[in-house]
Design a binder for this molecule. Structure first.
Ligand code: COA
Length: 620
């Protein structure tokens, strides 16, 4: 007889969830009366029934109250009573829309080219050397083998491009967040095709940021280590200061004490600094013939002692698994190593996020239109609610203080079913707008609702020319300070998307930059649209430079133009992202997906079992 378990295995539901459906299902189709064994022999029929039954069960489940869907699964629906935003673009804005669209297309082209470039790591020759000669998998292949699926959120892929010391594709290491055994994990994986995986200053910054993401969101961390240690020509910028290389090891201990598990795989040469990362991890896997680990490699041994020693004998998988104890698991291949990582993760006291069927509507307006709404400059900025209408579920938005301080838009909405508080620039951050922002951010904090900031700063206000204007400026400063305090102290996840300008200026620099939750205010995630511009001042509002009396600086036209060009280049989203002032550039049309993924990631910590012990795991 066709039974409940069979139905569950085909449809991937738990037996208990389908018991009540089953009787209905039996009545629905005569094929259910056939013997299960006979039925399984008939492959095409089984396939047809599988697809048909999945559809029926899915449709039936959608009509049922939550308790019948599954014991474990929760069925959520976002609130559909919030007012719908009018997202129609008035015809008077059509030319602005078209200008923005042209600009977006140009910057997206550049973005795609750069992404293509970094996806090749150190270049085709280096990949060939890595895969053919050294018999290792390319870093992106490694991640594919390790992760459950494609839902990998790569962080700062363009970091390291066009640095003063040259291009370092992806800063020499891939970082990001993906799922293993249903659990979101942060990855730090060296790319040995970029100068042997050696660590540049920007690489240190990238790894430290990944660890910060892990700490802030309490995410398990996986290190795939394949690194020649410090990039020696830049050694002075790599090791002595507080936030230099040593901080990575310090963080490993602190993270372990915070109960953030860390697993490492030695999947290449781990030399000097590269050797500490796996040795400080809580559990380490080493791959035979591929992984080696030592403070100084064979050439240094030869130079110091005159002795010839093979990398394998000096610090190979056999040695570290059987003699030194620097690794805990021996793997005979890369495949086996990643299976071992999955096994290690299954021993953690982590519950995967519960199944949740979230039913949500897409926005009523096409997300492709965001390209025409992404401003190429402040004078090309359209009302921000047009953007929100293309990002919120059902284009619904419960606005807070709609008629007060209208240059900041605040309110609640859903992104792929997740409730969020929105704080979005809609002009200059006036006194009233700042007070409203302060009030709203506190509301989100009180209600434990994550905040999503959309940043598009206005150019700085003209200097005051009268006492009353100066008084107004001071009052505004005070209101902005209140909002800054509220943003800094709101103990909820914060995600910032820079959709246009991100300018600071003179005395307002900290206020303007940080009040919308810039990097210094530690948002959980900060992304830029490719049209975004990040600078102290907007080069297009830069009309004169002061003459320096004692220098060669003449303040003439050509110098001004040169300065403008430099400012223009340095303000681009690509310049910012290369320096890790953000977590990466995202395309406007992908914003909903990325935000929803971040919101899901920030929820994971609720399902961890945290023991009260306060010390790290110490390798014995
Ligand atoms: N600093 C700067 N550049 C380094 C480097 C380092 N520590 N280690 C390697 N490189 C460069 C090489 O010069 C080479 O550059 P090129 O492609 O421009 O010729 C590139 O990285 C690849 O190195 P190569 O030796 O050809 O690759 P490999 O896969 O055979 O070996 C290493 C990679 C890292 C195992 C090996 O180069 C090595 O042992 N390097 C020394 C590591 C070291 O002593 N580090 C001490 C840091 S304190």
């Amino acid at each position: 007889m066709w039974n409940n378990i069979a139905l569950c295995s085909i449809c991937k539901f738990s037996p208990s969830s389908t018991s009540s459906l089953f009787s209905r299902f039996q009545a629905l189709h005569p094929v259910c009366k056939r013997k299960y064994k006979d039925f399984c022999k008939d492959e095409p029929a089984a396939q047809i029934l599988q697809s048909w039954s999945c559809q029926v069960v899915k449709r039936t489940c959608n009509m049922l109250p939550s308790r019948l869907v599954s014991n474990k699964a929760k069925y959520r629906q976002y609130t559909k009573t919030y007012p719908v935003l009018d997202g129609c673009i008035p015809t008077i804005y059509q030319h602005v829309f078209e200008e923005n669209l042209r600009n977006s297309e140009a910057v997206i082209r550049r973005y795609s080219e750069l992404l293509e470039k970094v996806s090749k790591g150190g270049g085709e020759d280096a990949i060939l050397r890595h895969t053919q000669r050294n018999k290792k998998l390319f870093v992106r292949e490694r991640l594919k083998m390790l992760l459950d699926d494609e839902s990998f959120l790569e962080l700062s892929p363009l970091a390291g491009l066009n640095m003063p010391y040259g291009d370092v594709p992806a800063a020499g290491c891939l970082t990001g967040i993906g799922k293993i055994c249903g659990i979101w994990c942060v990855f730090m994986a060296n790319d040995a095709t970029v100068k042997g995986g050696t660590i540049y200053p920007i690489g240190v910054k990238k790894q430290l940021r990944a660890q910060e993401v892990a700490m802030q969101n309490r995410l398990l961390s996986v290190y795939l280590v394949d690194s020649g240690g410090a990039f020696l020509p830049l050694q002075s910028e790599l090791f002595p200061d507080k936030s230099d290389g040593g901080r990575i090891f310090y963080n490993e201990a602190i993270m372990s004490a915070m109960k953030i598990p860390q697993v490492a795989v030695v999947c290449g040469s781990c030399v000097a600094g590269g050797a500490y990362v796996p040795t400080m991890a809580e559990e380490t896997v080493i791959i035979d013939k591929i992984g080696t680990l030592f403070l100084a490699g064979p050439p240094l041994v030869k130079a110091a002692t005159g002795e010839n020693v093979s990398p394998e004998d000096l610090g190979g998988a056999q040695l570290h698994s059987k003699v030194s104890g620097c690794s805990d698991h021996f793997a005979s291949s890369e495949k086996q190593a990643y299976e071992c990582v999955r096994n290690i993760i299954s021993t953690l006291s982590y519950e995967p996020l519960p199944e949740e069927f979230i039913e949500y509507d897409g926005p009523l307006y096409s997300s492709d239109e965001l390209l025409g709404l992404a401003p190429q400059g402040y004078s090309y900025t359209l009302p921000v609610k047009l953007i929100l209408s293309r990002l919120m579920d059902g284009s619904r938005f419960q606005e807070f203080k709609a008629d007060y301080g209208t240059t900041l838009v605040t309110g609640f909405g859903h992104v792929e079913g997740h409730l969020v508080g929105i704080v979005a620039n809609n002009g200059e951050l006036s006194h009233d707008a700042s007070l409203k922002g302060c009030h709203f951010v506190q509301l989100c904090g009180q209600r434990s609702i994550p905040i999503l900031f959309f940043q598009n700063t206005a150019p700085h206000a003209a200097e005051p020319t009268s006492i009353s204007q100066a008084e107004a400026h001071t009052n505004r400063l005070k209101a902005q300070a209140s909002m800054m305090a509220a943003v800094a102290c709101a103990a909820v996840p914060k995600i910032t998307i820079v959709i246009g300008g991100c300018y600071g200026s003179e005395s307002y620099v900290m206020v303007r930059d940080s009040i919308k939750c810039g990097r210094s205010f530690s948002p959980n995630f900060l992304f830029l649209w490719p049209n975004a511009r990040v600078a102290l001042v907007d080069s297009r509002h830069f009309f004169a430079i002061p003459k320096a009396e004692d220098s060669d600086c003449k303040g003439d036209e050509s110098e001004l133009n040169h300065l403008k060009e430099k400012l223009e280049e340095e303000s681009s989203a690509f310049y910012s992202s290369a320096r890790l002032w953000d977590d990466g550039i995202i395309l406007p049309q992908n914003t909903r997906r990325v935000v929803a993924q971040c919101l899901e990631i920030t929820k994971q910590h609720k399902y961890q079992v945290i023991s009260p012990c306060q010390y790290p795991i110490i390798r014995m």
